[in-house]
Design a binder for this molecule. Structure first.
Ligand code: 4AD
Ligand code: MG
Length: 437
């Protein structure tokens, strides 16, 4: 028996096809039963008319519970009222399992309940749309780097040392005699692969033992991290800008129905255009202080600080575009940053702040290339020298200026989807208070 997918139904008008899926919803009226069938690619209304099928089959159709698994055969009919333009006139129905008491009903459930049932919740229309958009964001991201000559060189998840500060490390017992940490970022290894391949990227899960409960933080999230030998700070802003434009374009091309399901204001995505403003940290501070003077920000931002969520939202709202901020106080940045030659108190870092208050999407910058400087930095940051010896080798053998960044996939997806919380942008989120299911 062959199977047709709902997303292809329009090519089969007038034909008899077989669909395999699950019952999303149903209702009956006298001689008719309307089955909303989903198969992962879409939802279609299947009409069971008493006169067209056996008595047993009609009764079976009437008695199906939500999420019953069913195989439906019927004729594809054009229908103007259908969101997908077609419906199915049922001629045969096979019940694989009649499910009863499915816990997620069309009524409103609280988020905690839904999160506890995440393994089922991902079947629902909105969650389904978000995860399809995630797929497209990832595909567009990979294509962007692959088409630009980058080599995918994935980096380890068990690591012997910190990359992004020791306070957010997850520790793992490594056969009793060594401690491993779950990687916070593949960056240090990317620096090695960039020296080997020129342009490389890693794409994988990263971990932060963040005790924060914000709507932007997961303890396990996916990051794409390009690294380029001989590249400078400005090159990373070009690369990041190109990446965002490529993602937005692809999402608009391929995921309009999903964006509509999510009621995303599509015009805001369509309005995203290069060049994105590039603000020096000093300029960002001036804008924030002016915002405070005007009463548009609650707290006065002082030079030297790290942006909080309200600051990020305020900055991007000034432009209606994603905004780069570059050259941060070195004191608030990682040990590995190159310094500004004219103002050594500044680290050559970049952040990209999404429009509409979706926060920091990209973080990265130019890496220190001088051996002695890095040796001093390790000391100042209290990092164990022997765990970084291999990293220092990169400065001993053919050191060059080089730069890279990391983009958090979930933050990017939540921005594309226009949804508040990153927990819905990954199939099974891991957070401070959530390890299950
Ligand atoms: O700014 P971050 O910490 O930068 C780095 O890890 C660099 N070593 C990357 C590099 O240069 N190769 O993280 C990069 C991005 C952030 O901009 C954000 O999008 C995302 O990763 N991110 C998180 N996403 C979800 N939950 C968290 N707890 C995140 N922390 C960072
Ligand atoms: Mg950052």
């Amino acid at each position: 028996m062959s199977q047709t997918y709902i997303e292809d139904l329009k090519e089969h008008v007038g034909e008899e096809v077989t669909l395999k899926g699950w019952l999303y919803n149903s209702r009956g009226s006298g001689k008719l039963v309307f089955l909303q069938l989903r198969d992962g690619t879409g939802i279609v209304q299947c009409v069971v008319f008493k006169g067209n099928v056996s008595e047993d089959l009609f009764e079976a159709a009437k008695g199906l519970g939500q999420e019953s698994s069913i195989i439906v055969t019927g004729t594809v009919k054009e229908d103007e009222r259908s969101p997908i333009g077609v419906e199915l006139d049922v001629t045969d129905l096979e019940v694989v399992q009649n499910a009863t008491d499915y816990p997620i009903t069309p009524k409103e459930h609280g988020t905690e309940f839904l999160m506890d049932h995440r393994h089922l919740w991902i079947r629902s229309k909105k969650q389904h749309a978000v995860l399809r958009i995630r797929h497209t964001v990832i595909k567009a991201t990979r294509d962007y780097f692959d088409d630009d000559g980058f080599i995918l060189a994935d980096t380890p998840i068990f690591t012997p040392a910190a990359c992004e500060g020791t306070t957010t490390l997850f520790e793992v017992d490594y056969f009793g005699d060594d401690t491993a940490y779950l990687t916070q970022s593949g960056q240090l290894y990317n620096e090695a692969t960039a020296a080997a391949f020129g342009k490389s990227y890693a794409f994988g899960p990263t971990f932060r033992a963040e005790k924060s409960k914000t709507r932007r933080h997961l303890t396990e999230f996916w990051m794409v991290e390009p690294e380029v030998a001989y590249a400078k700070l400005e090159d990373m802003m070009d690369l990041g800008e190109g990446l965002i434009l490529a993602i937005v374009k692809r999402v608009l091309e391929e995921r309009r129905p999903e964006l509509e399901t999510l009621e995303r204001d599509i015009s805001k995505l369509e309005a995203i255009k290069a060049p994105f403003p590039r603000l020096h940290y000093d300029e960002a501070v001036e804008l924030l202080q002016a915002g405070y003077e005007k009463g548009e920000l609650e707290n006065k931002f002082e030079w030297g600080g790290d942006f909080g969520a309200p600051d990020e939202t305020y900055l991007s709202s000034q432009f209606g575009q994603p905004v780069f901020v570059h050259r941060f106080p070195a004191a608030i940045k990682g040990f590995y940053f190159e310094r500004d030659a004219e103002r050594p108190e500044l680290a050559l870092g970049i952040d990209l702040l999404a429009s509409d208050g979706y926060g920091e999407i990209i973080g990265g910058g130019e890496r220190a290339s001088d051996l002695e400087f890095l040796e001093k930095q390790l000391e100042e940051h209290d990092l164990p020298r022997e765990a970084f010896e291999w990293y220092l080798d990169l400065r001993r053998f053919g050191t060059v200026p080089h730069s890279g960044f990391g983009m958090g996939i979930e933050r990017c997806v939540s921005w594309m989807c226009g949804i508040e919380h990153v927990r819905e942008t990954i199939p099974f989120p891991r957070m401070l208070y959530r390890l299950r299911p």
